[in-house]
Design a protein. Structure first.
Lengths: 400, 293, 391
């Protein structure tokens, strides 16, 4: 009868569904190296799926894999006389808290002892407990969230958000005509939020007036209300501390509402993103960016040969985080080469004692020597965030 | 005062989107008793179809807009026939759950097809107009005008046309309308199509005003429900229009004068407070299950 | 005729359970099927499961422990929410608010104020109790759509509070149970008196204990008067009121109990993860998914939500490479369930078994109940007993 046949149909569908679930098998997709060399497995906690997978995830992975492929082609990394081929496997963390923990667990279960990532702040904070409980090595970039590097096994190869503030202040000192500053910050960008107070202090420290301090949520698309309020306060500089999509909207709406002042971004928006998100290049007049250089754009504009090589090697997978990925992988490889054995503890020791001269010419960013000429101080680096300016027709160019 | 006027102007386009989405939901709920949580996805779908037709295929903007509306109408009809019609007699609970499920399904389909990165549609008209001390982009002004015209057209359709008469009969009392010869199934489906198309139009228009993402439908849908609940039972279409603009103004003024971070929380807090004070909705003595036009 | 049977007849065609044979006296199995397994079976099961967990834990990989613990926690949430959904019959989307409440109190208490776990649990229970009581006084005047919207609004407002009240909640960045994140703290253990729960294995066993205790407790509760009246309310609350059930009060009790349980699970969840942030307790994850779990697993049953949790949480795991599609798939599953198998997975299993059993016997298979024909004999247990009880 009617109800019975519905039930039967339902039973059959459930059965069919469970069969399909049994069918799929995972493919670890690893790049095995040469036959007789040893293998060093490194796990990447990076997004393969989710909102930022195509931009942040893919570009980061591209930069990392470029370095590892080069190293493997050259015979692998030499640790204490033995050659190791690097096997890099990405465990999808979706840039979110719980998936990243699950991803980390999975990798740990496979006895992987070396990790790159997570790359997003929320994920990094969520994995922090796992980092604390584990002896594995973690290399972070480009998340700037405070906390993980307090742990002895976690190193970070990009500067903290304090560097963004320092860059901004340097630029202000070079531009004395900027007397009033307004700022709006994405509440979901933990790094920028944490830095907000210090930014205000530093700006006031160089005798500028902060006329508006505003916030919004990632995903907002209409900023006209706060922008109107900000314009009414008459600033010479509007700092839009936002991710690329919102930054582009903020700029558009600012110009639309008559705001002609200088605009400064903090997101590491790439040339390509500007072209696709900002409809009219004329709006980019008087727009600056104060951020560490995560992408290849500024390096290419500066004529860096290394950047050109990387760009050629990575092709159209280059994007927002390619330089960050490249440098992270390069620093870790340098550490591995100096390590006494292929264990996390040995790598930690090697990284702690890594000298700035070891990295010369190999990284895109310049790693300034800290105490005793070492790269790391308390597992953080000294890399300048740079201020870049948009040049019509070209893209981002160094402003300092 | 200038800033205040500018803020009101800022609210207009936001209000326009809310108005269209709310009108659509209002029609569907009044006529068919379906609280369609997937309505927000019609808005998102409209935006993405516009992106498909304009950016990916290359059609002229307003041609694409018509196609986007047609597309959402079709999807709406499929939902109505395949799901809601069957569940109509079973109860409210399955309808609520199934519309939530449909919302998720549509959202996921959109993200699987177009990805989750924000994308934009180029504006058909550029430039910024200055009216007194108020600034508004030309395209946004067009949106506001189109929204008002559409609202007017819908009002004409509902209150003055033959179709509208049958629609109102159906909203009033389905069984009586059927007895009186109204083809309730057909009118119902057409109304659902119209409601979905309105949301699709909103999405298509807004696609060129801001970047879109697969989750963009959630907030307008909630706002539409807030208006439905507050104005709802017994209100006329005009009230829905006023409601849409009012919420937009409320959000914008909160964002401008209190705190931008609180803009959405204020709307939901208002909903909660309202429902606590008036659980039945705006008009006492009417159950939560029907609205009248 | 019992109120629930009257409700069934006037409601019209609907997929109902099996006892309504028209031709022969209903078998005593009819009521048995509805009740599920008897108590003397469930009690030892409730003891056996944690013991098995304890024995099995050292053998499992970390990622398996992680998955099973996660399933167990969400199963507990779904089972608790089911008190309102399945028994009081209203679509409550407020679970997010209480989960958040418990999680954040838990994180703050252990990480910043260094309270002993028992104190945290007690304070959370009281806070949830007060909040739920206050809310329950007003929400049940709303019904249907308004109830759903109101509870959704509560969850959304809670989310907004968490994100904006940064000084207390850490905003979008979240908080750790080990103290300020910037100090790199390892997550704090959950200390319940002499028991300290810290490792993945310990959380796994603790979760098994909690879930079993919860399921057993609810099984016992459903067999008592409160449970019976809840079932009657679910069938039709107007009729239940007509036989003397204090409907508003029972709904309130269900809501308050459900909310307190969920808040306590929130404390546990926060400690297990070691870290709380708004995105873990978003509307979709904390308010909507438990509803999906209940529907998919089987509304109206006690174990249904557990199965639903296993499906929803386990789906991305099962799909591996295709896990982008996992949300889509469980959305489709949910839709299918609502349209074709409203009793969920467990309901299908019960129907399947009933079908098999009746095929084997001489009696006719349970026919569909169109409401026509002679009324069924009122011999089922459950609501009919209610008719005979005085309140």
């Amino acid at each position: 009868m009617y109800t019975t046949s519905r039930r039967t149909f339902a039973l059959l569908s459930v059965a069919a569904l469970s069969l399909t679930a049994c069918g799929s098998d995972s493919d670890s997709g690893s790049d095995g190296g040469g036959g007789s060399d040893q293998v060093l497995r490194i796990a990447g906690l990076m997004p393969l799926t989710g909102a930022v997978a195509d931009t942040y995830g893919a570009s980061m992975i591209a930069g990392v894999e470029y370095v590892f492929d080069q190293v493997n082609d050259d015979g692998g990394v030499e640790i204490n006389g033995e050659q190791y081929q690097i096997e890099f496997e990405v465990f999808d963390d979706q840039c979110a808290a719980e998936p990243s923990q699950a991803a980390a667990q999975k990798a740990l279960d496979e006895d992987i002892e070396f990790f790159l990532g997570p790359i997003c702040s929320g994920a990094a904070s969520a994995v922090q407990p796992t980092m604390a409980r584990s002896e594995a090595f973690f290399g972070l970039a480009p998340t700037a969230v405070a906390g993980p590097t307090e742990l002895p096994n976690v190193f970070r190869t990009i500067p903290l958000t304090s560097a963004y503030t320092d860059a901004t202040v340097r630029w202000l000192e070079d531009n004395p005509d900027i007397s009033k500053v307004a700022m709006i910050t994405d509440q979901n960008h933990t790094g920028l939020v944490g830095e907000e107070e210090r930014l205000v202090e530093e700006v006031e420290g160089v005798d500028r007036e902060v006329v508006a301090v505003q916030q919004y949520q990632t995903g907002d698309t209409d900023f006209r209300a706060p922008v109107t309020e900000a314009i009414a306060a008459g600033p010479d500089l509007y700092m839009q501390r936002a991710y690329p999509a919102e930054a582009a909207q903020l700029l558009q709406q600012t110009r639309e509402l008559g705001g002609e002042m200088a605009v400064m971004w903090n997101a590491g928006v790439t040339n390509e993103e500007v072209r696709s998100l900002v409809p009219d290049e004329a709006m980019m007049e008087n727009v600056y960016q104060a951020a560490p250089l995560f992408s290849l754009d500024a390096f290419l504009a500066d004529g860096s040969e290394l950047a050109q090589e990387v760009a050629d090697g990575v092709g159209d997978k280059a994007g927002a985080f390619t330089a960050a990925g490249h440098d992270l992988a390069t620093v870790v490889v340098a550490g591995l080469s100096n390590a006494e054995e292929a264990t996390p503890d040995a790598l930690i020791e090697a990284m702690t004692n890594l000298e700035a001269s070891d990295l010369e010419g190999k990284t895109l960013n310049t790693y300034n020597p800290q105490d005793d000429g070492l790269v790391f101080k308390d597992r953080e680096v000294d890399v300048l965030a740079a201020v870049v300016e948009w040049e019509q027709g070209t893209g981002w160019v160094m402003s300092e | 005062m200038d800033v205040f006027l500018q803020q009101i102007t800022n609210a207009l386009v936001l209000g326009g989107a809310y108005v269209l989405v709310t009108l659509g939901l209002f029609l569907i709920f009044s006529v068919l008793d379906i609280p369609n949580f997937a309505h927000g996805e019609m808005y998102a779908l409209g935006a993405y179809l516009q992106y498909l037709f304009v950016v990916q295929i290359g059609l002229p903007f307003f041609v694409a807009l018509v196609l986007a509306m047609a597309g959402t109408a079709v999807v709406g009809v499929i939902m109505e026939r395949a799901v809601f019609q069957r569940l109509r007699r079973v109860g409210l609970f399955p309808i609520l759950i199934s519309s939530l499920a449909l919302a998720i399904i549509l959202q996921q389909v959109i993200s699987l097809i177009w990805g989750t990165n924000p994308v934009t549609v180029p504006q058909p008209v550029g430039g910024v107009l200055e009216i007194g001390s108020i600034r508004i982009s030309a395209y946004r002004l067009i949106i506001v005008v189109l929204v008002l015209l559409t609202a007017g057209a819908v009002a004409w359709l509902v209150y003055r046309s033959g179709f509208g008469k049958r629609l109102r009969a159906l909203a009033e009392n389905r069984d009586l309308a059927q007895l009186a010869g109204v083809k309730v199934g057909l009118i119902g489906t057409l109304t659902f199509a119209l409601g979905s198309a309105l949301a699709g139009l909103a999405g298509g228009l807004l696609s060129a005003a801001a970047p879109m993402n697969p989750y963009m439908g959630f907030h307008p849908m909630l706002v539409a429900f807030v208006i439905l609940v507050v104005v709802g039972s017994g209100g006329r279409l005009g009230a829905a229009v006023i409601g849409g603009f009012t919420v937009a103004v409320l959000e914008t003024l909160t964002a401008g004068y209190i705190s931008n971070a609180l803009r959405t929380a204020v709307v939901f807090a208002a909903l909660v407070v309202f429902l606590i004070l008036r659980p039945e909705g705006a008009v006492r003595g009417v159950t939560a299950e029907r609205a009248r036009l | 005729m019992s109120p629930s049977q009257l409700a069934q007849r006037t409601r019209g065609p609907k997929v109902r359970h099996e006892g309504n044979s028209k031709s022969a006296p209903p078998s005593p199995w009819a009521g048995r099927w509805r009740r599920g397994s008897p108590l003397w079976f469930r009690v030892p099961l409730a003891i056996a499961i944690p013991v098995v967990a304890l024995l099995v834990a050292p053998e499992l990989k970390n990622s398996s422990l992680h998955l099973y613990t996660e399933i167990g926690i969400w199963a507990a949430v779904a089972v608790s929410l089911h008190l309102v959904l399945g028994f009081a019959g209203q679509l409550s989307l407020a679970s997010g608010a209480f989960l958040t409440l418990g999680a954040y109190i838990g994180a703050r208490a252990t990480g910043f104020w260094h309270w002993p776990g028992l104190l945290t649990v007690a304070v959370t229970a009281v806070a949830a109790l007060v909040l739920a009581l206050a809310i329950s006084v007003v929400i049940f005047r709303a019904r249907g759509l308004h109830f759903a919207l109101l509870t959704a609004g509560i969850s959304l407002v809670a989310f907004g509070v968490i994100v904006n009240w940064q000084s207390v909640t850490g905003g979008s960045g979240g908080m750790s149970t080990g103290g300020p994140l910037s100090e790199g703290g390892a997550p704090g253990p959950l200390t319940l008196g002499p028991i300290e729960i810290d490792s993945a294995e310990q959380y796994f066993v603790a979760q098994a204990v909690l879930l079993s205790a919860l399921l057993l407790g609810i099984s016992i509760l459903m067999r008592r008067k409160t449970g019976e009246s809840w079932k009657a309310i679910r069938e039709d609350d107007v009729l239940a009121a007509s036989v003397g059930v204090n409907v508003p009060r029972e709904k309130q009790i269900a809501f308050v109990l459900s909310s307190v349980l969920i808040a306590l699970i929130g404390v546990f969840h926060a400690h297990w993860v070691g870290f709380v942030s708004p995105e873990s307790y978003s509307f979709a994850k904390a308010s909507f998914e438990p509803v999906a779990m209940i529907m998919i697993g089987g509304i109206g049953t006690i174990f249904g939500p557990v199965i639903g949790a296993a499906v929803v949480v386990g789906l991305p795991e099962m799909l591996r490479d295709a896990d982008e599609a996992s949300v889509l798939i469980y959305g489709i599953l949910l839709l299918l369930v609502v349209m074709v198998a409203p009793r969920g997975f467990l309901g299908l299993v019960k129907s399947g078994l009933a079908l098999l059993l009746s095929l084997g016997s001489r009696r006719r298979a349970p026919a569909d109940d169109e409401g026509a024909g002679p009324p069924p004999e009122p011999s089922e247990s459950g609501p009919s007993q209610l008719a005979g009880k005085t309140s």
